[in-house]
Design a protein around this ligand. Structure first.
Ligand code: FAD
Length: 484
């Protein structure tokens, strides 16, 4: 797109590129782009710009770079670390990718699909399904989040155990760089050893190195049979034991293995309409697991047999295998509404930690003990993707405590929980990213050489700091006043 305009007004120039209707400046129309799902971060912006093609994105970025306006890429706005929210200064441009919504190609022989960045995850899944293929990335936000956002955050979700995270599912990317050039790396190749793997730089870069405009994604055979089970267990260690048995029996057909504590089941049964405990009596811990097989016609019977054996061996205490699709959905609803069910219980301080699978029981025990020592009565609700060693160690306030006081303890609680994870060689961000939320924490936990290498990459690709400058890297203290 060549822009010819006589004006020095950058907004006028942006209108010439994308059309006046797609440069939003009215407070009402930009407001939805300036707050994130939990209402934790709020920002301001000069404009929200909505290009419809890679060429338009490139022209917008070039104009912004020339005018020294920084750009905040925005997909579905579901990110949980504030990376998609402009700062409070009101000078940034929010770049919405939602109008880049075309499915460019499905290749069922190579098992790839090339989609534009603004396609929602649910739309991408449906496109694969319509061609008898599976695109396995699956998040509770899939109706709103976009492929661009999924790659930019290297999203995880419930099927990482079998299929990997967004990075593992990406064959190629098309990216508009910070100077407006287009890096076309949309190859479908499984093997390509021609130097640095540039696509991997952009996956997980949270909008700090360029704008992802399209991606070539991997597809898989569609499962013919499925089974879902809800299992009662005595401890996280028993859940790890059950995971080992299930993996040994079913390998990659075990597509999800989630862990939940009793308090989480109580929260959902109490606060979410229609949710009930699937098992007859209470258990201290629960696993929710999914088998899906492209080869077999029946997963229900083999899973039932495995669980019966596990109960006989004292690994599991009780189990229910879903007998219908509706029942399987009901089990999953319990898991997926867990974050929502924590809200009525007061302030919940959240973590997205990963450790080696074998260390999950120790992590949960040590983190719970550390919280109890410093905040007696606080209620940990650790749940998440046990098969990936990824625990959302959320801590609800003590019953009856002052929510303002508990919110003020957030940093101390983060330090306690992250401290345990780091001691076990874990990560403070398994799947949500760093964003604004953890950028000041990162220098305290990341290897200094690794962090300096990341900064060198940022300087090389974005020397003027056009792309999402508030995200990922801590800013000098004096510079932080306008930052959310
Ligand atoms: C209910 C709920 C459940 C969730 N469950 C999970 C889960 O299980 N696993 C998980 O990993 N996450 C989960 N998330 C977090 C979130 O959905 C993911 O991070 C998702 O990948 C974000 O996609 P998005 O399109 O909404 O991105 P946004 O929120 O719009 O942006 C996220 C980041 O990516 C950047 N970005 C967006 N688009 C582009 C682009 N085209 N090019 C470059 N940068 C871009 C933004 O600048 C920002 O830094 C959940 C969120 C919610 C609300």
């Amino acid at each position: 797109v060549t822009v010819r305009t006589r004006t020095d007004d950058p907004l006028e120039a942006l209108r010439a590129v994308v059309g006046a209707a797609h440069v939003l400046t009215q407070p009402d129309s930009i407001a939805p782009y300036l707050v994130e799902p939990r209402g934790v971060w709020r920002g301001a912006a000069r404009a929200v710009v909505r290009p419809a093609s890679t060429e338009e994105v490139a022209a917008v970025v070039r104009l912004c770079a020339a005018a020294r306006i920084s750009v905040v890429p925005y997909g579905g706005g579901t990110g949980l670390v504030g990376g998609q929210i402009a700062d409070r200064g009101g000078a940034q441009v929010v770049l919405s990718l939602r109008r880049l919504n075309r499915l460019r190609e499905i290749d069922v022989v190579s098992d790839t699909m090339t989609v534009e960045a603004g396609v929602t995850l649910a739309e991408a899944q449906a496109a694969a399904d319509a061609h008898e293929r599976l695109f396995p990335l699956s998040l509770a936000s899939e109706g709103s989040c976009t492929i661009g956002g999924n790659l930019a955050t290297n999203a995880g979700g419930v099927h990482v155990l079998s299929y990997g995270n967004a990075r593992d599912l990406t064959r190629g990317v098309e990216v508009v760089l910070a100077d407006g050039r287009v890096l076309g790396a949309l190859g479908k190749l499984r093997k390509d050893n021609t130097g640095y793997d540039l696509k991997d730089l952009f996956v997980g870069s949270e909008g700090t190195l360029g704008v992802i405009t399209a991606a070539t994604l991997r597809l898989f055979p569609k499962p013919r049979a499925r089974a879902t089970a809800f299992v009662g267990l005595a401890s996280p260690q028993r859940a790890v034991d059950l995971l080992g048995r299930t993996l040994a029996a079913f390998g990659q057909d075990l597509v999800a293995f989630e862990l939940m504590p009793r308090i989480g089941v109580e929260f959902t049964a109490r606060h979410i309409a229609g949710v009930r405990d699937p098992l007859a009596s209470p258990h201290a811990w629960y696993a929710l697991l999914d088998l899906a097989s492209p080869r077999s016609n029946d997963c229900v019977e083999p899973l039932s047999l495995l669980l019966a054996d596990a109960i006989d061996a004292g690994v599991a205490e009780d189990a229910a295998v879903a007998q219908s699709v509706a029942q399987a959905h009901a089990f999953w609803r319990l898991r997926e509404t867990l974050p929502e069910a924590q809200k009525p219980e007061g302030v919940s301080i959240k973590h997205d930690v990963s450790v080696a699978v074998a260390d999950v029981p120790r992590f949960i025990d040590d983190a719970a003990a550390a919280i109890e020592r410093s905040f007696p009565g606080a209620r940990p609700c650790p749940f998440g993707h046990l098969g990936d060693g990824n625990v959302h160690f959320n801590v609800s306030q003590p019953l009856g405590a002052d929510p303002v006081w508990f919110r003020a303890q957030e940093e101390r609680i983060h330090d306690l929980v992250h401290g345990v994870a780091i001691r076990l060689g874990g990560s403070i961000s398994a799947e949500h990213g760093i964003g604004v939320m953890k950028r000041d924490l990162l220098p305290r936990v990341k290897d200094p050489v690794a962090l300096e290498t990341m900064r060198a990459i940022k300087r090389a690709l974005d020397p003027d700091g056009v792309m999402n400058p508030n995200v990922l890297f801590a800013r000098p203290a004096a510079d932080r006043s306008s930052v959310p």
